[in-house]
Design a protein around this ligand. Structure first.
Ligand SMILES: Nc1nc2c(ncn2[C@@H]2O[C@H](COP(=O)(O)OP(=O)(O)OP(=O)(O)O)[C@@H](O)[C@H]2O)c(=O)[nH]1
Ligand SMILES: [Mg+2]
Length: 653
């Protein structure tokens, strides 16, 4: 049987979980409909999700439609949980992007659609909440075309808008206007349709429908459905055509095993459960495999089937399984790594200090947070050297509250957070070069390393280059230098990650057989930090782009709030009875803006923010204390360690 791994994505509260529940119901997998408000849906199963009526973790459920197994992955919409969506994107065959007919296209909708398009994931759009007062699908369609993609094909229209009887009326084959719109839209990527369109000939509906399915499965056009996840309107129509408009896969079962771990959770007994999508080959229960250099054994294979989780002997290409027995983290590969899991969204830009309420819980807290970071690798953990303080990186306040509640509920650990601060980065300002020669005091290592640091293009990250092959040095030695560069630049002159830098290895030497890779690895941080010091760095803070719509009478107060928050708005743009304000604001101030804006605008101001990169801080740059895992401390310490360094080979002998 073919499989379609289908993600449901949207901004927060758009109705993803409700739609998932409806699809399961329409597919006959559940006979009683749960609701988010009643806390009894199939996919919001965590206590915290049910209490808050918000999805926190991605969840998989499965049903069959037209002989295709559909693994539905319900994702969280709150931007604080974007890491969950990030991993899911790597395993999807297709997606349904939900947009509310009332709230319309949000900043988060754009972020998600851009990621789907970058990855070429075929995507249908569902305009939800037609039954709610204020539903305006025409306005939303126009916003989708303007702000998401012009390549949309509305598949029908709404009726009885804003009432419980709201319905979706599909356009039919006999609808001439629909056929014309289809022809116009599909002509762009289909020669036959184009020729007919130009000649003013009408094509049979079947021919157009065929082109629509092909183009939709290829992600070239996006059919738009609408309805209500609460009343079920439009859900049957979506379910009926889903498998035709999105590409189900039959993977290569005979190929080498290859899969991606996209979710990790712990079972009732604390055991790890790894959610894996197989892209090729098969994986059997009791099979032994290599994982990060170690041998591991699968001790259980479970798949999702018609709303339930069932044990199986094996999982094959195209399928999703829950595997037991593997010590993995999210993002790990099983067998041959499949496509490269790139980062699709911005990294967390905030950090907070976590303290146990009882001092004796410090170790337990460190290990509990370690477990949480296996499930969410973007919860970066950092421990301060001297004070043994623990920091976690964050997307926002809601994620912080969820971590706090999870630590209490699952580990019995009460914690307190100190104020949230930004995670800055450092960029080199100029060029700096340094060199330490072998046998030349005070160089304590049996190695030569020369390094030049210079600024790279904004957004380029770290670019490590080798200027030449130096002598007959083993490859492992070059790798040791590169690994040390990578590790050392985790903390620049002010303690922040160094980025947008080109680091060239200008010289490297060792003396066989006395030198070890360790000599190069230990010397590199010293040379690199000297080069960085000469280049100097500028500390840059994360900023968000904001887009606010405020009623005219709230414009002046909004501007003064923005000024207080050091935001930089552009000229206000009048739009009917309101104004649109756009500009930049430091990531650390976004939460405050979100809190004051509704009061200021009597709830009418709409705010959207999205990560917009880093900008140099004005005033004194913030310094971050070094953490244990920084190699530099170790290396600086090593400098003071007594070590006999020969000045010539003769001396060594
Ligand atoms: N009137 C109406 N309410 C809806 C509809 N769909 C969802 N809701 C309500 O909207 C709220 C959010 O619904 P969810 O299904 O939790 O939305 P979600 O997109 O899964 O939210 P997150 O996972 O937290 O991002 C709930 O109170 C639902 O009852 C709809 O079609 N009509
Ligand atoms: Mg949800």
């Amino acid at each position: 049987m073919r499989t379609l791994n289908l993600g449901i994505l949207a901004h927060v509260d758009a109705g993803k979980t409700s739609l998932t529940e409806r699809l399961l119901y329409a597919a006959g997998v559940i006979d009683r409909l749960g609701s988010v408000d009643g806390g009894n849906t199939q996919t919001d199963t965590m206590a915290l999700e049910r209490q808050r009526g918000i999805t926190i973790k991605a969840a998989v459920v499965s049903f069959v439609a037209h002989d295709v197994t559909i693994n539905l992955i319900d994702t969280p919409g709150h931007p604080d949980f974007i890491a969950e969506v990030e991993r899911v994107l790597n395993v999807l065959d297709g997606a349904v992007l939900v947009v509310s007919a009332v709230e319309g296209v949000q900043g988060q909708t754009r972020v998600l659609m851009r990621a789907l398009q970058r990855l070429g994931i075929p995507t249908l759009i569902f305009i939800n909440k037609l039954d709610r007062a204020g539903a305006d699908p025409d306005r939303v369609l126009a916003a989708i075309a303007r702000r998401l993609t012009p390549d949309i094909v509305p598949m029908g229209m709404g009726q009885g808008l804003g009432t419980a009887a709201a319905a979706f009326v599909p356009f039919g084959p006999d609808d001439r206007g629909f056929r014309e719109r289809l022809a116009e839209r599909l002509a762009e990527y289909d020669e036959t349709v184009l020729a007919a369109y130009v000649d003013n000939r009408s094509l049979a509906y079947d021919r157009l429908n065929d082109a629509l399915q092909r183009q939709s499965r290829a992600g070239l056009v996006h059919p738009v459905f609408m309805g209500s996840a609460i009343s079920g309107a439009g859900v049957e129509a979506l379910l009926e055509t889903l498998v035709e408009l999105l590409p189900a896969t039959v993977g290569d079962v005979e190929g080498p095993p290859s899969g991606t771990v996209f979710k990790v959770e712990r079972g009732l007994g604390g055991e790890k459960l790894a959610y894996v999508r197989m892209f090729s080959g098969a994986l059997h229960n009791r099979e032994r495999l290599q994982l990060g250099g170690d041998e591991a054994k699968v001790t259980g294979v479970e798949v999702f089937e018609r709303g339930a989780v069932v044990r199986r002997d094996r999982v094959v290409a195209g399928e999703i399984a829950r595997l037991r027995g593997l010590d993995v983290r999210i993002g790990d590969s099983i067998g041959t790594p499949p496509r490269r899991a790139a980062q699709h969204f911005a990294p967390p830009t905030l950090e907070t200090l976590v303290q146990p309420v009882r001092a004796a819980d410090r170790r337990a807290l460190w290990s509990a947070l370690g477990q949480l970071s296996e499930q969410d690798p973007l919860i970066n953990l950092r421990k301060d050297d001297s004070r043994q303080e623990i920091f976690v990186s964050l997307y926002g306040e809601v994620q912080k509250e969820v971590i706090e509640a999870t630590l209490i509920a699952e580990y019995g650990l009460a914690v307190a957070f100190r104020e949230t601060t930004m995670i800055c980065v450092e960029r080199p300002l100029g060029t700096g070069a340094a060199l330490e020669l072998i046998f030349k005091p005070p160089n304590p290592f049996l190695a030569t390393v020369g390094i030049r640091v210079e600024p790279g293009p904004i957004g380029s990250g770290l670019d490590i280059r080798l200027e030449a092959m130096f002598g007959a040095m083993p490859v492992a030695f070059y790798e040791a230098i590169e690994a040390a560069i990578d590790e050392t630049l985790g903390q620049g002159l002010m303690g922040w990650q160094v980025t947008d830098a080109v680091v060239s290895i200008t010289d490297a030497a060792q003396k066989a057989p006395m030198s070890a890779a360790g000599d190069l690895r230990n010397l590199t941080p010293l040379v690199l930090m000297e080069a960085l010091r000469l280049a100097d760095t500028v500390v840059c803070e994360p900023v968000h782009h904001f887009h606010i719509e405020v009623p005219s009478d709230a414009l002046a107060p909004a501007l003064s709030v923005l000024a207080r928050l050091d935001a930089q708005p552009g000229q206000p743009v009048p739009e009917g009875t309101s104004y649109r304000l756009e500009g930049e604001i430091a990531a650390a101030r976004v939460h405050e803006l979100q809190q004051v804006l509704p009061g200021l605008t009597h709830g009418e101001g709409a705010l959207e923010t999205s990560f917009a990169g880093y900008r140099p801080v004005t005033g004194a740059p913030p310094v971050r204390r070094r953490s244990d895992n920084n190699p530099l401390n170790r290396k600086q310490y090593l400098l003071h360690v007594q070590r006999r360094v020969p000045t010539s080979i003769g001396e060594e002998q």
